[in-house]
Ligand binder design. Structure first.
Ligand code: DNO
Length: 361
């Protein structure tokens, strides 16, 4: 059985409460993070315990951390990277000592996920996040920041915090001339350094794919497709080195065949965390996030869930970005209602597939 969770940004950065999350049928826990601690600083053990107690008091568990962010200097291989990796390891130790065994992170230079519209009106009256390469290509990174800031209902999106805007040009320059292989070498260096700690505490690391799965702002991106994932799997043989399989991110490129990627024998066993959602293609490098239900988008979530079950995935799964529905005001993609519907749908798919195979659930 998979373990259904809900991403929760913490007591001061989320419009959704733990009590609300607890009322979603089948929900086991949350995936959360200490968002107030900047990348590069070690997470204090006491703070992790405090968050854990808060979640448990509400009748839920912490199923995983999303994310412990990797400092840019580790990604471009700057001179301070060893100290920053040591701090990363301290954060992992804090999490591991607290009995948390899953960490999601990404290795995308400078930017995390990117969208050009945070509230695109859909014909049914809901609003969804959307991406249109034609807008993005025309903007500088700074203009993109302003664009996003104006459209995010007063919430900050991870990686697109306004406080980062002024450093962005300088940060992009640090990656000047870097190839995918250079970035991969730095990724391997990072993985080799952290894996012994992950093994010691049994922490499964799930790297999140690039979102969207194409190159942006001239920066190298190395987690976009099946080949990329295989290369990452081969970087370090520890079982702890694995993936946060995000169907919407990989699925943003119609060439990515998700059930095939999941069934790849070098990838499937390393899927430690699943972000399952749908996207609808609107053209080349253009898509919007649809309701989870297969018929609403371009991805077949039934086939995706079947593939996950086929490869024996019993890890943590969460619904991903929801549309804004029923007038809800929340962090874009992370409201309560549409994600709750998504969770129920995924639980239903899992139950049907497993029962159909004679499995007890
Ligand atoms: C977006 C999220 C990402 C993800 C990070 C993982 O909604 O899926 O921001 O958390 O890339 O580090």
């Amino acid at each position: 059985m998979m373990h259904m969770g809900f991403r929760w940004y913490g007591p001061s950065q989320d419009a959704v409460t733990l009590d609300e999350i607890r009322q979603i049928g089948g929900m086991e826990g949350v995936i959360t993070a200490l968002h107030e601690i900047p990348a590069g600083e070690p997470w204090p053990y006491e703070k992790v315990l405090e968050r854990k107690a808060m979640v448990e008091k509400a009748g839920l568990k912490i199923l995983g951390i999303e994310s412990i962010n990797v400092s840019e200097e580790i990604k471009y291989g700057g001179k301070d990277r060893d100290r920053l990796i040591e701090n990363y390891i301290k954060s992992l130790e804090a999490v591991g000592r607290a009995g948390i065994h899953l960490v999601c992170y990404n290795f995308m230079p400078v930017f995390d996920w990117t969208r050009t519209d945070l509230a695109m009106p859909l014909p049914d009256g809901s609003k969804a996040m959307a991406y249109d390469g034609r807008i993005c290509e025309g903007l500088s990174a700074e203009q993109m920041f302003d664009y996003i800031a104006k459209n995010s209902n007063g919430f900050e999106m991870p990686g697109w915090e306004l406080s980062r805007r002024s450093e962005i040009t300088a940060e992009i320059a640090k990656f000047d001339g870097m190839t995918g292989d250079d970035l991969r070498a730095n990724f391997k260096y990072f993985l080799d350094a952290i894996m012994p700690t992950c093994e010691k505490y049994g922490i499964l690391m799930g790297v999140h794919p690039d979102d969207p799965s194409y190159d942006l702002f001239g920066l190298p991106r190395i987690c976009k497709c099946e080949d990329d994932l295989v290369k990452i799997a081969r970087m370090n043989s520890s079982k702890c080195n694995g993936f946060s399989l995000c169907t919407g991110s990989l699925g943003s490129n119609p060439q990515n065949d998700l059930p095939k990627i999941i069934r790849n024998p070098e990838i499937g066993p390393r899927i430690h965390f699943a972000h399952v959602r749908n996207v609808k293609y609107d053209g080349d490098h253009r898509f919007h996030e649809s309701a989870h239900v297969s018929r609403c988008g371009s991805l077949d979530l039934y086939e995706i869930m079947k593939a996950l079950i086929d490869v024996g995935f019993n890890g943590v799964i969460r619904p991903d970005h929801g549309r804004a529905i029923w007038g809800e005001k929340a962090r874009p993609g992370y409201g309560l209602y549409d994600r709750a519907l998504g969770a129920s749908y995924l639980l239903g798919l899992e139950e049907a597939i497993r029962k159909d195979r004679g499995e007890k659930i």
